[in-house]
Design a protein around this ligand. Structure first.
Ligand code: ZN
Ligand code: ZN
Length: 415
């Protein structure tokens, strides 16, 4: 029996047949050797992160994979972004993820990423919005923090707020930003929508006069003159993974939402320099961090976002390359971790077909190696090979018990 576990989650890695890859999936075309080792020495199967046919968001899929029924526990994405950005979220806070964007004078969105404003400028703008005062809603405290590139997190702090408000972000260009509306008829939702709209007005004035934007105007760059909040969320009440299974848990991730998801589930999120949540993330550094973490923690998750990024960019050839790079970095885990004492699992949070560019409801492949455990006849790690494995087809919420069973950490049910 293993006493440790390392779980690799490659975001959006599973795919469909790609005409540009001669009808293969990127995983089939890449034929990753380290993942193939886990498949051949472990049990394989398919996993429906939510349930068959339901396209998962990354947030709900991770909740499920971490053992929580997303239909019961999901309270919006914003909270995870805020936790991941390092904001201590209180029970009455409502958090939003935000873009810095470019709007014309009448509020029509011209560029949802403000010309992909660089980190340093977005950081300065974010600081100027953190703590700004609202007048109509003077009892609401505003927190604002930059995350990566054009993205940030807004938190509205006050008693009696609600996450049930609509997005200001219209999610496309050429239309005006939307006033937030209450989604239910409650004073809390009305107040939150009003405070959010007031924040958007006040922040536009701050941004309009900002030094950074004057410089961008001189250089002919799109102005970061509006903030587009979306994905209102509140802190979910979750039984932490360490409490549920009696393990010390750590995670390596780049993107704020993933760091926040792991924090919400009670994981220690390790600070890894170069883990960016983008395609140029330092995969070797992430794997090294995971390898050294197994001495202090019982279970270590590694999340890699790059596979999902190239899938949304509709680039199957690049996806093959990214999978091969992850696989080669992951080989260090197999050579350096004591495989007589460690369970190793490889899977994903959802399928993102790279010729579709969106998440779909197809199941994801799963391979779980554990010393002394059963294994089947699957030799390769891909969507089709894993379907023939001994694990069959499980749901996302069954993943943690499957891993914890390899560590003998699931209490017996009955006598
Ligand atoms: Zn995802
Ligand atoms: Zn995605």
């Amino acid at each position: 029996m293993a006493s440790k576990a390392i779980v690799l989650i490659c975001d959006g890695m599973p795919d469909r047949r790609c005409s540009r890859l001669g009808g293969l999936t990127p995983l089939q075309a890449a034929n990753p050797k380290s993942f193939g080792w886990v498949a051949s020495k472990g049990e394989c199967g398919l996993m429906d992160p939510i349930s068959p046919g339901v396209p998962p968001g990354s947030d709900t899929a991770h909740l499920a994979i971490l053992g929580y029924d997303p239909y019961k526990h999901y309270t919006g994405r914003g909270a995870f972004e805020a936790l991941g950005a390092g904001i201590e979220l209180g029970p009455n806070d409502v958090a939003f993820r935000c873009n810095f964007a470019t709007a014309s004078e009448d509020g029509t969105i011209v560029d949802r990423r403000a010309g992909r404003i660089p980190d340093e400028e977005a950081e300065v703008l974010s600081r100027s919005l953190d703590g700004i005062r609202l007048n109509r809603n003077s009892d609401v405290t505003v927190l604002f923090k930059h995350t990566v590139e054009h993205r940030g997190v807004l938190v509205l702090r006050c008693d009696g707020l609600s996450r049930l408000v609509s997005d200001v972000d219209p999610h496309k260009v050429g239309v005006r930003l939307l006033p937030s509306r209450p989604l239910v008829d409650s004073p809390a939702a009305k107040k939150t929508a009003d405070a959010l709209n007031e924040f958007v007005e006040v922040s536009r004035r701050v941004l309009m006069d900002h030094e950074i934007n004057r410089r961008r105007a001189l250089r002919g760059q799109p102005l970061a003159n509006v903030v587009l909040p979306r994905g209102a969320g509140t802190l979910p009440k979750l039984e932490k993974v360490p409490d549920r299974f009696g393990v010390r848990a750590a995670a390596v991730a780049g993107g704020a939402v993933y760091k926040g998801l792991f924090k919400a589930a009670g994981f220690e999120v390790l600070d890894v320099k170069g883990a960016t949540g983008t395609v140029d993330t330092d995969l070797e550094a992430k794997m090294r961090a995971a390898i050294s973490a197994v001495s202090a923690y019982d279970i270590v998750f590694v999340h890699v976002k790059a596979t999902d990024v190239v899938s949304h960019d509709k680039n199957p050839a690049k996806k093959v390359e990214v999978i091969s790079r992850i696989d080669s970095a992951f080989s260090a885990v197999l050579s350096e971790v004591d495989l007589e004492d460690a369970c190793i699992a490889v899977t994903s949070d959802h399928t993102t077909p790279s010729e579709v560019g969106e998440h779909t409801g197809d199941p994801v492949p799963l391979a779980v190696y554990s010393p002394g455990a059963r294994y089947g006849t699957v030799e390769r790690f891909d969507e089709i090979s894993c379907a023939l494995g001994t694990l069959g087809r499980i749901r996302g919420v069954e993943f943690m018990p499957t891993i914890m069973n390899c560590l003998g950490r699931v209490p017996m049910y009955g006598e």
